[in-house]
Each structure stands twice: as structure tokens, then as C-alpha cells.
Design a protein around this ligand. Structure first.
Ligand SMILES: C[S@@+](CC[C@H](N)C(=O)[O-])C[C@H]1O[C@@H](n2cnc3c(N)ncnc32)[C@H](O)[C@@H]1O
Length: 229
């Protein structure tokens, strides 16, 4: 299948005056992931490997067209089953460049497109995907509620949404550390005190599985189903 994607140049979405500062947020993401890109796989990418494996294993049980939102350097891409058609999108050109190289070097034929897009404004029709995956993305994006609305829109009725992320703890020493790190969100490139409730308000998405993930239950695996019409 050939998929033609209109991708953004960085000035087309939200970077102009009067756009509620969205351009500024996207610039911060670009800047942060420009720093992360060269070291990502050996650092954060390594700590988070287990969640990616778990999520992709779940996706591989299904069929059809898969969207990986915030695909980053494409660490997950070699693990998708060859019967799937995977499209990855990310806003950071630096992260995407590494993903593109990986796909070319490993000859990953099931990856049919990698495109630069803002997860809050996806250039796909309604109900285009059988499954949408977002790993370590929802606490990184500005306006996660809008991202969830877009996920719900592009997912087919009856389709699946898989999310893996770190969510804020309510108590204990880690909760204190998370609150202390919260003001550094722009430097870190993610929000350490991110509350799970922010992504669970989408009326058409029903949570069917919640599972703590290694290491140390630091991350959570969530499986949601888009309600059939
Ligand atoms: C922590 S990384 C996770 C990458 C990958 N999912 C993984 O598991 O390794 C977060 C990714 O989200 C991307 N991102 C952040 N905001 C975005 C947005 N608004 N639209 C698309 N991608 C975004 C970043 O560029 C980065 O590649």
C-alpha cells in the first residue's frame, strides 16, 4: 500500500502569533528532543524497553493498520509483526531521522510511512487505524486531552488504543521526587508529575486493561477500546 502523507514544516501548525503559545511549546519539544536524539537509545530508550516490548506484543495479536504516535527513534519498529502496516509519526525531525535510518538499515517493510506531525492535529481520516499506540508520549505533549481526542478520532470503532507511560504517584518518596522535578518539565522533555486522569476523559475510549510495568512499576500499560458506533 502506498500512503501519501502531508507533513508539516514546523511553521504551518500553531507557530504563528495569536495561536495561544502552541508554537512555543512545539519549539520546546524540538529543542529538547534535538538534545535527546543522539543519546536517547542508550539512556531513556533502554530504561523503557520493557514497556515497548509489552505494547508491541499486544499489537501483534491484531491485524491491519497501526499508528505509532510519538515514534521517536523507532526503537519499537523492528518488533512489529510483518503482517501489520505500521505508520509512525513524531514532531522531532532529529528523532525521526534516526527512525528513518533504522527502517532503511533493517529493511523493515512493514513500516509503510514515517512522517512529521503534531499529535494534536493528525493528518489522517476518521477511523483510519485498527490500533493506535502511544508509548511515553502523553506526558510529553502539550494538551494531552487534544491528543486523546485525535487518537479516538483516527481509531476505528471497535479498534484498540495502547498507551504506556509513567503516571504520577499519589504518595511515597517517589511522589515527592516527581513533584520536585515538575518545574523542570521543559528541560527533561516530559512531565514527571503527570496525572493519569488527564487522558481518561475521552468518552468513546473505554479502559479494558491497566497493568503496572517493570522496572519498579515505574510505568503503566493501558489498553483501551474505541466504542463501536
Ligand atoms: C519520550 S519520547 C518516546 C519515543 C518512543 N515512543 C519510545 O518509546 O522510545 C517522546 C516522543 O514524543 C515526541 N513528541 C512530543 N510532542 C509531540 C507532538 N506534539 N507531536 C508528535 N510527537 C511529539 C517527541 O519528539 C519524542 O520523540
Amino acid at each position: 500500500m502506498e500512503i501519501k502523507l502531508h507533513t508539516i514544516s514546523g511553521h504551518e501548525q500553531g507557530s504563528g502569533p495569536g495561536q495561544g503559545g502552541r508554537g512555543v511549546e512545539l519549539e520546546a519539544i524540538e529543542k529538547s528532543y534535538r538534545r535527546w536524539a543522539p543519546i536517547y537509545d542508550a539512556t531513556f530508550g533502554r530504561i523503557t524497553a520493557m514497556g515497548r516490548k509489552r505494547a508491541v506484543a499486544e499489537v501483534n495479536k491484531g491485524r491491519g493498520r497501526i499508528l505509532e504516535l510519538g515514534v521517536g527513534t523507532g526503537l519499537s519498529l523492528p518488533d512489529y509483526a510483518p503482517h501489520l502496516e505500521v505508520i509512525g509519526v513524531d514532531y522531532s525531525e532529529d528523532m525521526l531521522a534516526i527512525a528513518r535510518r533504522r527502517v532503511a538499515e533493517l529493511g523493515l517493510k512493514h513500516v509503510v510511512a514515517l512522517a512529521r506531525m503534531d499529535a494534536r492535529a493528525l493528518d489522517f481520516p476518521d477511523g483510519f487505524f485498527d490500533c493506535v499506540v502511544a508509548m511515553y508520549l502523553v506526558s510529553v505533549v502539550p494538551e494531552p486531552e487534544r491528543v486523546m481526542a485525535e487518537i479516538a478520532r483516527v481509531c476505528k470503532p471497535g479498534g484498540q488504543v495502547i498507551i504506556v507511560n509513567h503516571f504520577a504517584r499519589e504518595k511515597g518518596p517517589l511522589a515527592v521526587i516527581e513533584r520536585m522535578l515538575a518545574p523542570l518539565a521543559n528541560v527533561l522533555g516530559w512531565h514527571p508529575d503527570f496525572d493519569r486522569i488527564r487522558i481518561l476523559k475521552e468518552p468513546s475510549l473505554r479502559v479494558v486493561e491497566v497493568r503496572p510495568m517493570a522496572p519498579l512499576s515505574l510505568f503503566t500499560f493501558l489498553r483501551l477500546v474505541k466504542e463501536p458506533r
